[in-house]
Design a protein around this ligand. Sequence first.
Ligand code: FAD
Length: 362
Amino acid sequence: MRTVVVGGGVIGLATAWRAAREGVSVTVIDPAPGSKASHASAGLLPAINDQLYDQPELLRLCLASRELYPSFVEELEEFAPAGFRRDGVLDAAFDEESLPILDRQLAFQKSIGVRTERLTAEECAKLQPAFAPVVGGLLSPDDGAIDPRVLDAALITAIEALGGSVVRRGATRIEDHTVVLDTGDKVPFDRLVLAAGCWTHQIEGLPAGAIPEIRPVKGQILRLRSDVPLLNVTARAISKGKSLYLAPRLDGELVVGATYEERGYDETVTAEGTGSLLRRAAEVIPEVGALRFAEITAGLRPASPDDLPVMGPTTVPDVYLASGHFRMGVQLAPVTAVAMAAYLTDTVPHAATAPFTPLRFS
Ligand code: FAD
């Protein structure tokens, strides 16, 4: 079975790796693998976010992926380091009005069996001394983050080590069980996975309506640097009811994110985006101004018509879809990849993925 995966972001690469691991012959087609939303992403892996309170099916999907993460990383690290850290996520409130957010989160996490500790202001200051004074916090010790750039590189290494290939070209159309490349060359497939993020529906040659439109939601994100990490653990800083995430890497990088902007396919970075992230970071980390400026990046989150992920077979025989992971693609990569590999090997996919079939849009 020759399987072609169009799109080598975290979703396409993770799918290709899991399929290759199951003995499937895989080819990934992408002009620049790991260069789009996955490259911008902070890679935060918190147990929950505000989208999950009233979305039980999405919550089940996230929890399934969270459970899979450690073994997914362990198996991947047989090939290369994956940049995973699971040493806690701190949610810190910087004003009284943000405390009810923590109370709600604590009660919810406890109700779904996620280990969570309430921290006093002093305990937060001890854990994260670089923070401005906080009024209280929550520590989820079994959660963390992954560096998506390191993860994508490891996935490419693993795919190639298992005999798969990565073709650095763009796909333009699907024609008679072949993918037509921007060079005009054709790559034949028995099965095809479309995983080209918010560009997925632009690939031509499929019947109208077979692929839902995947909308881009722009996010600007900042990377700063110091020789020694300024923060000890991954954090979400909540002030005036709004959350800013802070992902410190062990090499001294600090990722600060992110904006949410509906601006079509615009990938420009702006002074306003940079300024607002820096201002908010400075409110919660007084010393942030002393860090070296490394990068401001814009990425396009792929959002489906109902803002939920889409994975599984389409109405077109042998054509599968894995996209629409919006703001949780890194978090949902393991469960998506395991489900897609099951489809590609005619086994039963993870039950949590059933509600996310592309057929819901047909
Ligand atoms: P992408 O990473 O966009 O990959 C799509 C790929 O398709 C690209 O490599 C592109 O080159 C390729 N492609 C496009 N057109 C073609 C074509 N015609 N032929 C071949 N290839 C093509 N998620 C989390 O879980 N945690 C976070 O903390 C987090 N933070 C984020 C912060 C920001 C600023 C942004 C933008 C996103 C964040 N996300 C986060 C969301 C996450 O990054 C996305 O959900 C995820 O990267 C989607 O992966 P993907 O592979 O579907 O898409």
